[in-house]
Design a protein around this ligand. Structure first.
Ligand code: CA
Length: 549
């Protein structure tokens, strides 16, 4: 009898325990990672944009934490995505530039989340060359994907499914379909909601073709930068509004691939503007000013559609009662030059394309209206997602989870924030922690000496701390050094200024230490000291043509 009671009790305890475990598993938070392409922080009102307003994106910042100093490890599309998948620098995950193809057989965070019982899905831009692995559901653009009428690849099937409409809207429709009906409601999820916009060539949706028509977008103070005071790399790039921006970028003729109805709407908006431009016969600086206006208006029109569509997803989460247990994170694969230095595009370690927007909301866990100035990176995202899900972080991932920063409360006596090219509301609560990371390592690879590569930005590696930045254009044998407190727009390298000699020496040591820590191979710029005078460009790695970034 006693035995029987004991057995029953034990059985009941086991049942309760199992039920508790199941309950605990089910209550783990959902993660929505909203990711765009080339959206610079200084084109978001949460980051003090002077040129546009992003009310829906700001909802994430207002409801959670705004990170002001998030930087990428390699400022270009595919490599940033590969770093996020793996938590490893480009030289280890094998995706160093946009000519590479991602090896999906390696360890990635979605695979680890799957093992931990999460369902995983990605909808939208993927851009890693190979089919997504580690996802229960994937529906992604083929390569870059067009702005209108995108073919989408479902679950790795090479035969695309065609859609008619504006890509930013369609990706959101598909995202909502998955959230509403395709997922298992009994399992927590990781959902990657990834837009093509606002990538070049910035084709606005039908709703916004005339937005900003009567507005003059403020120019950056260095739109007419002549790159003196910096080295060969800045002076020989091919990404200036003056020389590089082409007729397609400027919408002087309509884009291909539109339906007759879409084309009619497009032409109605652009033909009068283009006629006025042709009649004005602009030259010199006036022409640059006009190009800047056309470029920024189209870019910001694309951002406006992203903002609307993020709002649709946030509304859905609220209406479906999912907001409370869902972490929402917004970021973009790198920043972008919005006429800064006279440029568009990215690649350089200079601030505007190096910085990534990053904000995160999680009701009850991240304090609304908080701000963090610690140095963080896309290298940290995989680890963060894993820790949020309560999954183990593998020892070979190279970043640090940001969860402790997200959950830190406001500090009593915050230090003065470091110098930045962006701003934020002074009402935000400063939750910056005294010690997280002293410096970040950077490495850009996409340049081949024997042929033209997209935008011709020379290879470089570098190190940045709260105030200083040291960049090594190792195949040129040139160094640049910036004091962001004295020169936040990076208009002059102080590398040869004797007053910085000691700091530069320390930064070189730190760069070498980081290269060692991150296992950077010797043939990829691991040249902490001055290179020999006969240093030449490396031999080409692959003869294949480069895809657009
Ligand atoms: Ca990008």
């Amino acid at each position: 009898m006693l035995r029987s009671v004991l057995r029953t009790t034990c059985f009941a305890i086991v049942l309760i325990h199992t039920a508790t475990s199941v309950f605990a598993a089910d209550s783990r938070p959902n993660i929505i990672f909203i990711f765009t392409d080339d959206h610079a922080a200084h084109a978001m009102s949460a980051y003090g944009s002077r040129i546009n307003s992003t009310p829906n994106l700001d909802r994430i910042a207002n409801g959670g934490m705004l990170f002001t100093n998030c930087f990428c490890t390699n400022s270009i599309c595919g490599p940033s995505r590969a770093v996020i998948q793996t938590g490893k620098h480009s030289h280890l995950n094998g995706f160093r530039d946009n000519g590479d193809r991602f090896d999906g057989s390696q360890q990635t965070f979605p695979k680890l989340l799957q093992k931990a019982g999460y369902q995983t899905a990605v909808v939208g831009k993927w851009h890693l060359g190979t089919a997504p692995e580690g996802y229960d559901y994937s529906e992604v653009l083929k390569g870059q994907g067009p702005y209108y009428n995108p073919p989408m690849l479902v679950n790795g099937n090479p035969k695309p499914v065609k859609h008619t409409g504006y890509t930013t809207d369609i990706i959101t429709d598909l995202a909502l379909k998955w959230l509403q009906g395709k997922r298992d409601p009994n399992k927590p999820f990781l959902f990657m909601f990834q837009h093509k916009a606002p990538h070049r060539n910035w084709q606005p949706g039908p709703k916004y073709l005339n937005m900003y028509d009567d507005v003059e977008i403020p120019e950056p103070d260095n739109l007419f930068d002549d790159w003196s005071g910096r080295g060969t790399a800045a002076q020989t790039q091919d990404m200036s509004i003056r020389k590089t921006m082409n007729a397609s970028d400027l919408k002087l003729s309509p884009p291909g691939g539109l339906t007759p109805e879409q084309l009619a709407v497009w032409n109605k908006a652009y033909e009068p503007k283009n006629k006025a431009f042709r009649e004005a016969k602009l030259e010199g600086d006036d022409l640059i000013r006009w190009k800047y206006q056309r470029y920024m208006k189209d870019y910001l029109r694309c951002v406006a559609s992203v903002d609307d569509n993020v709002g649709r997803v946030l509304d859905y989460l609220q209406d479906a009662g999912l907001s409370e247990n869902t972490v929402v994170i917004y970021s973009s694969d790198q920043g972008f030059y919005l006429g800064d230095h006279g440029w568009f595009d990215k690649r350089f370690m200079y601030e505007e394309s190096y910085r990534m927007p990053l904000m995160a909301s999680w009701p009850g866990r991240i304090k609304p209206g908080s701000v963090n100035h610690n140095l963080v990176s896309n290298l940290d995202f995989a680890e963060t997602f894993l820790e949020i899900a309560g999954a183990e972080i593998p020892g070979d991932m190279q970043g640090k989870s940001l969860l402790s920063l997200m959950q830190a409360g406001p500090v009593a006596n915050p230090a003065a924030p470091p110098a930045m090219t962006i701003s934020y509301s002074d009402k935000l609560l400063d939750c910056t922690q005294p010690e997280f990371r002293d410096s970040l390592y950077y490495h850009y690879y996409e340049f081949e000496a024997d042929r033209r590569t997209a935008h011709m930005v020379r290879r470089h590696c570098g190190v940045r701390n709260d105030r200083y930045k040291l960049i090594h254009f190792y195949n040129l044998g040139e160094w640049e050094f910036y004091d962001l407190e004295k020169d936040k727009r990076e208009m002059r390298s102080f590398y040869d200024d004797p007053q910085y000699k000691e700091i530069i020496a320390q930064m070189k040591i730190r760069l070498a230490e980081l290269q060692k820590e991150y296992q950077v191979p010797d043939d990829t710029g691991s040249v902490p000291a001055d290179p020999p005078s006969n240093h030449v460009e490396p031999v080409k790695r692959r003869p294949q043509p480069k895809k657009a970034a």
